[in-house]
Design a protein around this ligand. Structure first.
Ligand code: C2E
Ligand code: MG
Ligand code: MG
Ligand code: MG
Length: 286
């Protein structure tokens, strides 16, 4: 009996601790924006032959004073639950556009959107404002959405997507293949791009069926006139296979990890130098 109570008490205290930690996290996250603790990292997106940088994806980080650099998977969901993603998302849009405006045109920036941002109703206005403030051409902004958004199948969501497209912004379906009924969404909304989830890329060399699915998605992209990006490219062998499958864009640690904004100029310069020396395909073939 004594043991049971002890275990219960232990459970109770660890629950308390858990709740307390979540509360702390919430308090901290509320102040993160004001304290300038949120940062955008940028990961390069490569063009068809894997040598040209066509743009970067903006990936959110939280530079927490005690916890260090916190990844989005650890706080974006909380931000959504606590109703903080609206403000954070607006900041991400503005910051990403501001940064992209310093890059050579037509280099693009991709921004991840949470379904909650569509629920707020002023997403289109936010995007317009961010572009205008940064003087960034709409064609240089790509918005990445996930299937979860379309699962709700609401008229206002489709309407906002249509308005965004009309602005000239590109729309990409992120993490393609991981959700439920990806295919039906492709004809319900005119996407510009699909991004194949990195789990497929990671498995394709061990599993012939997955390689076949990848090849079919790439073909589907060509048929529907959608650009296809392969995520999570880590090895030269993967890049070669995906190239043969005719993916249009590549993203992954092989080309570059998400980097702080200050590292971008030297990254771009090194890439240009490699091109000038004619070595730009070395990392694919080497
Ligand atoms: P995502 O949009 O699919 O972003 C790609 C994720 O894969 C990034 O993780 C990136 O660091 C990681 N990655 C890229 N290349 C490789 C690779 O070669 N190997 C491996 N193992 N991983 C790779 P990250 O930055 O931790 O972001 C995770 C997710 O958080 C993102 O997935 C996105 O859904 C979400 N997210 C990031 N930033 C934002 C944001 O500003 N707003 C919202 N709503 N969500 C965001
Ligand atoms: Mg993304
Ligand atoms: Mg993705
Ligand atoms: Mg993904």
């Amino acid at each position: 009996k004594g043991d049971g109570r002890g275990a219960y008490r232990f459970f109770e205290t660890s629950m308390d601790l858990w709740i307390q930690q979540r509360r702390e996290l919430e308090m901290d996250l509320r102040e993160a924006l004001e304290n300038d603790e949120l940062k955008l990292f940028f990961q390069p997106l490569m063009g068809r032959d894997g040598s040209q940088i066509t743009g970067f994806e903006a990936l959110l980080r939280w530079q927490h004073p005690r916890r260090g650099l916190v990844a989005p998977n650890e706080f974006v969901e909380c931000a959504e639950q606590w109703g903080l993603i609206g403000k954070i998302g607006e900041w991400v849009l503005a910051e990403a556009c501001r940064t992209a405006a310093t890059w050579p045109s037509p280099m693009t920036v991709a921004v991840n959107l949470s379904p909650h941002q569509f629920a707020s109703g002023d997403l289109v206005a936010q995007v317009r404002k961010a572009l205008k403030a940064a003087r960034l051409a709409p064609s240089r902004l790509e918005l990445e959405i996930t299937e979860g958004l379309l699962l709700q199948d609401s008229a206002t969501t489709l309407d906002q997507l249509a308005q965004l497209k009309k602005l000239g912004v590109k729309i990409a379906m992120d993490d393609f293949g991981t959700g439920y009924s990806s295919l039906s969404y492709l004809w319900r909304f005119p996407f510009d791009k699909i991004k194949i989830d990195r789990s497929f890329v990671a498995e394709m060399q061990d599993n012939a069926a997955i390689a076949d699915i990848l090849r079919t998605i790439a073909l589907l992209g060509q048929t529907l006139n959608l650009e296809v990006t392969a995520e999570g490219v880590e090895t030269a062998d993967q890049a070669k296979l995906l190239s043969e499958m005719r993916c249009d864009h590549f993203q992954g640690f092989l080309y570059g990890r998400p980097m702080p904004v200050g590292d971008i100029p030297s990254f771009l310069m090194a890439a240009t130098a490699r091109r000038l020396r004619g070595e730009d395909r070395d990392w694919l073939e080497g």
